[in-house]
Design a protein around this ligand. Structure first.
Ligand SMILES: [Zn+2]
Ligand SMILES: [Zn+2]
Length: 288
């Protein structure tokens, strides 16, 4: 059974619209994963989720939409689009939002704050859709089309990477914010790299943070993000077939990203095996 992965937001940190970013897009993180039966998982709710909502409303089976929205963490660029996700405002839709608890703070509390009357006109309780906010713990998430396992990654706050294993056996790993370099001090436990590589396994597609060039990294060590070289090395070590560079730096124009992709492919070419590398772009669909 086919799986399609569509990028609705690929930018990190802050929306970056404009002529310089028109090709890869300026919306923040949001990825749609759909199996051949139309079962839907949405990874993160950055500003890209607004366009996804409009797209879903354009489908025939608009009413009665069911979807799992899985949040990596609660930084703005991963939740800010949620109040603008149109299916939330339609009766009959059933949406489950999953995310890691942030210390003692419930994900539901964070989403309530996101929609407090002083900052947004419609509170969480007034939504027409049925919305359930659930915590991700050590147990896998079971959805209609896939099983999702998670692992803590190296990023400030409690941030999770996710592996979606589809009913047909295909797998996608989504790790949007993660520092593979030496900077930072993260509460991720011993032998993290080894466990992380095993977690990714030989996924059919790895979507990974590649925010910086190696030249930029030193000035940003400890900020919780990786270079494209580190993302390529990780993909190679885990034996994945395809890598999408993700969470593009707001300062990287499309032209700058062309250079990054060329350099990333050059890095991949130095390794054995055939790793396909691309930059995630708004509107791009990858089929597995
Ligand atoms: Zn981010
Ligand atoms: Zn973050």
């Amino acid at each position: 059974m086919s799986v399609s992965i569509t990028y609705w937001g690929t930018r990190g940190t802050v929306p970056t619209p404009g002529a310089q970013t028109a090709r890869l897009g300026g919306n923040t993180a949001c990825v749609e994963v759909q199996d051949g039966n139309g079962n839907l998982v949405i990874l993160d709710a950055g500003t890209g989720i607004r366009s996804l909502g409009k797209h879903l409303l354009g489908r025939k089976e608009t009413s009665g939409l069911r979807a799992d929205i899985v949040l990596s963490h609660a930084h703005w660029d991963h939740i800010q689009g949620l109040p603008y996700f149109a299916p939330l405002f339609m009766k009959g839709n059933v949406l489950r939002v999953w995310g890691p608890k942030q210390g003692d703070v419930e994900m539901e509390t964070i989403l309530r704050q996101l929609m407090q009357p002083v900052v947004f006109p419609v509170p969480l309780d007034a939504l027409a859709a049925t919305l359930e906010v659930l915590h991700v713990n050590a147990d896998p998430i079971t959805t209609a089309g896939c099983t999702i396992t998670s692992m803590r990654v190296r990023h400030p706050a409690v941030t999770l990477g996710y592996k979606l294993t589809m009913a047909g056996g295909r797998s996608v790993v989504y790790v949007t914010d993660d520092e593979l370099g030496p900077g930072g001090d993260y509460d991720v436990g011993p032998n993290w790299r080894q466990r992380f590589v095993a977690f990714i396994g030989d996924a059919d597609l790895l979507i990974h943070d590649a925010m910086y060039t190696p030249e930029e990294y030193d000035a940003h060590a400890g900020w919780g993000h990786s270079t494209f070289v580190e993302a390529v090395e990780l993909a190679h070590e885990a034996g994945v077939k395809r890598l999408s560079l993700f969470h593009h730096d707001p300062e990287h124009s499309d032209d700058a990203m062309d250079v990054i992709v060329a350099r990333a492919r050059e890095e991949a070419g130095k390794k054995s095996g055939a790793l396909e590398v691309c930059a995630a772009a708004e509107g791009m669909t990858i089929r597995l």
